[in-house]
Write a protein that binds this ligand. Structure first.
Ligand code: ADP
Ligand code: ADP
Length: 217
């Protein structure tokens, strides 16, 4: 399984990537999670990225492409790219990295959701900063508010999920990432999924579109 997940912030990419990773063993690669882990650890990569992230802007392509090149070393069993590529330059560099390995992409999956839903979801998103797992105060709350069901540690609200920063992130998406929809569509690799459905129904639609059996959730 070699997939790209495309879509605006809050569309449900991370949620579905986790489901597929668990079920099919392909590696969930979230560039946002990797950047946040580097920021927390205070690495040079994290320090370079943090200003862009705080403003809701994209981190420069060279930084991201270097990160992915490294990450692909761990993707022999397949991958689900969550939030990468986000620019045409990243998509072209990724094509070259895949070609070098002789790896084909199965599909680029676009999660479709309207702006009002995205804003509502992000303002209610709670994240486990240790592994990137997300909950939603409205649609998918943890058993105990503010606490992860599995590891019992605290959940946080991401700084960049605040309304002002979300507006910048959506504008970045429209200007720089949306053109990728056409890029993959032209190559016959685009699959669009309705991101407004309930989580399990999105999974079912996704597996159906990929021609994979939609077994139990
Ligand atoms: P979302 O939940 O919106 O999909 P992410 O966790 O994927 O957010 O990304 C958070 C931030 O990390 C972005 O706003 C951006 O600053 C940076 N980032 C993540 N992935 C990329 C990428 N592929 N290219 C550039 N910047 C990125
Ligand atoms: P992305 O990775 O695209 O930014 P997430 O997977 O983090 O999006 O989801 C954003 C928020 O919306 C999270 O709080 C998540 O729990 C919630 N969410 C994800 N998918 C759905 C869905 N199908 N219906 C309702 N809420 C959802």
């Amino acid at each position: 399984m070699r997939l790209i997940f495309l879509g605006p912030p809050g569309a449900g990419k991370g949620t579905q990537a986790r489901v597929l990773e668990e079920r099919f063993g392909a590696k969930h690669v979230s560039t946002g999670d990797i950047l946040r882990a580097n920021r927390t650890a205070g690495t040079p990569l994290g320090r370079e990225a943090e200003g862009y992230m705080a403003r809701g802007e994209l981190v420069p392509d060279t930084v991201i492409i270097g990160m992915i090149e490294h990450e692909l070393e761990t993707c022999a069993a397949g991958f689900i790219m969550d939030g990468f590529p986000r620019t045409l330059a990243q998509a072209e560099a990724f094509d070259a990295l895949l070609a070098r390995r002789g790896w084909d992409l199965d599909a680029a999956v676009l999660f479709v959701a309207d702006r009002a839903t995205l804003i509502a979801r992000l303002s209610a998103r709670w994240t486990n900063p240790r592994n990137g797992r997300t909950y939603n105060a409205l649609s998918n709350p943890p058993r105990v508010a503010g606490i992860d069901d599995d590891d019992g540690g605290p959940l946080v609200q991401r700084d960049d999920d605040r309304a002002e920063t979300v507006a910048t992130r959506l504008a970045e998406y429209e200007a720089k990432t949306e053109p990728l929809v056409e890029y993959y569509r032209r190559r016959g690799q685009l699959i669009a999924v309705d991101g407004l459905l309930a989580v399990q129904d999105v999974t079912r639609a996704l597996l159906g579109a990929l021609g994979l059996e939609a077994t139990s959730s």
